[in-house]
Design a binder for this molecule. Structure first.
Ligand code: HEC
Length: 208
């Protein structure tokens, strides 16, 4: 037994040493110049670096051009059709956010910061800029009331004729929040009897 251990232990050590050497022998040159790298293939991955050249592809670019029609994750494909498409032709979808008090207050905040100067407090197009800028149409028109959320979102994102695009200024979730706030303006400008009764009930509840 002793005799066996005498040989077995050094053999295992030598064998492990050999395996270790064999495993990393391809990076021997690099080893001789650099400190020990554990698992160098993790350190030096095969992944392509952004903004670098790569001669595998025809255009020698490591960055790939997305195929036409590809949609980024969590992006709503129906509304990112570009500025050249009229709002009337945008697919009709609802805002992908649940309406809550917070969302509407956020929408009001974003509206007051970005839209109120032209479209006015009530959305009727009587903002403080009127006179210096072409009068905007009312947001409470039958046309905009009939628009789907996605169509209003499209106008905010891409602009329309004299109105500039707000996509670059307002983040996506805030643009949806504004769309929902425009719905609040719709309600406020022409409330139904039922809406008024509900509103009165809230007022009475708040100030008994
Ligand atoms: C600098 C002034 C200005 C600002 C700020 C502005 N708009 Fe407009 N908006 C206009 C004008 C002018 C038009 C009419 C454009 C046209 O001739 O089609 C318009 C059109 C629209 C329309 C389409 C109305 C229709 O009947 O076709 C919507 C919806 C709209 N704006 C929403 C918004 C929202 C929401 C914001 C804020 C994120 C905003 N606008 C900011 C000036 C403005």
């Amino acid at each position: 037994m002793k005799c066996f251990l005498k040989w077995a232990v050094p053999s295992v050590v030598v064998l492990m040493g050999f395996i270790f050497w064999y495993r990393y022998s391809s990076s021997w040159v690099q080893w001789s110049h650099q400190p020990l790298q554990y698992l160098p293939n993790m350190h030096r991955t095969e992944s392509l670096k952004p903004q670098r050249g790569y001669d595998f592809f025809e255009n020698f670019s490591a960055a790939r051009i997305p195929p036409a029609g590809s949609v980024a994750r969590e992006q709503n494909p129906t509304v990112y059709v570009g500025a050249s498409v009229r709002a009337e032709d945008v697919a009709k979808t609802s805002a992908p956010l649940a309406v809550s008090r917070e969302l509407l207050l956020r929408g009001q905040f974003v509206y007051n910061n970005n839209c109120i100067v032209c479209h006015g407090r009530d959305g009727n197009g009587n903002g403080s800029i009127v006179g210096a800028f072409p009068n905007p149409p009312s947001l409470n028109s039958e046309k905009i009331r009939g628009f789907a959320d996605s169509q209003i979102f499209h106008i905010i994102t891409n602009g329309q004729n004299t109105m500039g695009a707000y996509g670059p200024q307002i983040r996506e979730s805030d643009r949806w929040a504004v769309v929902k706030f425009v719905r609040v303006l719709h309600l406020a400008s022409a409330p139904s009897d039922e809406d008024l009764r509900a509103f009165e009930a809230v007022l009475k509840g708040a100030n008994p």
